[in-house]
Ligand binder design. Structure first.
Ligand code: NAP
Length: 288
């Protein structure tokens, strides 16, 4: 049971966690914090927060669990504002989509890595943002990856694990660099490709006509290009090396596919498409 949960960044992810924990009866009091008072008022009206504060240092007073759920580019500013402000025994965690960058931000913000800091990342989300888009079931049966560090206390990790499990998630632990490489492949590259495809099509001569005739496949493939541009800018900046490795690898594979089209190599094209179909069907079977 969390007595007082402080969520800094009461948007889609922070708001959804607050709602899930409330629904599970695992959280007595929620303090919301962000920059815009109108967003905070909305969080209260939606029943996500009991109290709100625009000052992170004040918002965390008396909280036994603090979740930082702001965009990656704002993490260091928030950590800096929390320096010396956390209650004794409070546990601090985050939800940032790239871990090495958040850990560096915490080191700079606090001057050293606090033993009560448990870096985390829920593998769940939608292309929407803001507290109005938050909902209680977002983490149900979804994975959350924790990347505790050498200095992270085992008790703090156990509390963060229990919090996510109470929200319905399945929790894994991983080394931060490994997390960043895995997510570059499974999430960051697909988002970059979706943004690039839609941007490229939108800049074609008559893009209205292209989009008019776009059907379900286009919608499925490009849904994630409606995601928040600021969040994805920050992810690309924070996990640049791992994303570039994936883009290089993918560009090579795409060039080989283009070459097969150029050479009218139907056998090669069918082999690639069959192997992709098998891999996706296996994945869907296993995870549905
Ligand atoms: P979001 O809905 O836009 O929420 C971000 C929240 O942070 C808003 O409440 C915003 O409110 C607040 N904020 C922004 N800058 C701030 C600052 N300097 N100080 C205090 N509050 C600030 O975004 P989200 O989708 O929840 O993403 C939040 C984090 O979750 C990101 O780090 C992202 O990498 C991670 N994440 C996202 C997803 C996803 O699919 N969306 C999945 C997993 C992890 P104000 O505008 O009022 O300040």
């Amino acid at each position: 049971m969390i007595e007082r949960l402080c969520i800094i960044g009461t948007g889609l992810i922070g708001g959804s966690l607050a709602r899930s924990l409330r629904l599970a009866g695992q959280c007595r009091d929620v303090v919301g914090c962000s920059r815009n008072p109108l967003h905070l008022q909305q969080a209260v009206e939606l029943g996500v927060s009991d109290r709100v504060d625009t000052d992170p240092g004040q918002a965390v007073a008396g909280a036994d669990m603090v979740l930082v759920a702001v965009p990656l580019g704002a993490m260091e500013t928030v950590f800096r504002a929390l320096r010396g402000q956390l209650a004794d025994g409070a546990v601090l965690t985050d939800v940032g989509s790239a871990k090495a960058g958040v850990i560096e931000a915490a080191r700079r913000g606090f001057g050293e890595l606090p033993g009560n800091f448990v870096p985390g990342h829920p593998i769940a989300g939608t292309e929407q943002s803001g507290v109005a888009a938050s909902f209680a079931g977002l983490f149900q049966d979804r994975r959350v990856i924790l990347t505790p560090l050498e200095q992270t206390s085992a008790a703090a990790t156990a509390r963060v694990r229990a919090m996510w499990e109470a929200a319905g998630a399945v929790v894994d632990e991983m080394d931060p660099a490994h997390h960043d490489a895995v997510l570059a492949a499974t999430s960051h590259l697909p988002h970059v490709l979706a943004f690039a495809l839609v941007d490229s099509l939108a800049r074609l001569g008559d893009s209205d006509e292209i989009f008019r005739y776009a059907a379900g496949g286009f919608r499925d493939f490009t849904r994630i290009a409606s995601s928040d541009p600021v969040m994805w800018r920050d992810i690309c900046l924070a996990n640049g090396d791992a994303i570039l490795q994936m883009i290089d690898r993918f560009s090579g594979d795409l060039e080989q596919l283009a070459d097969a089209v150029r050479r009218h190599d139907g056998e090669r094209l069918q082999a690639v498409f069959s192997s992709a179909k098998q891999a996706r069907d296996r994945f869907v079977d296993k995870h549905s």
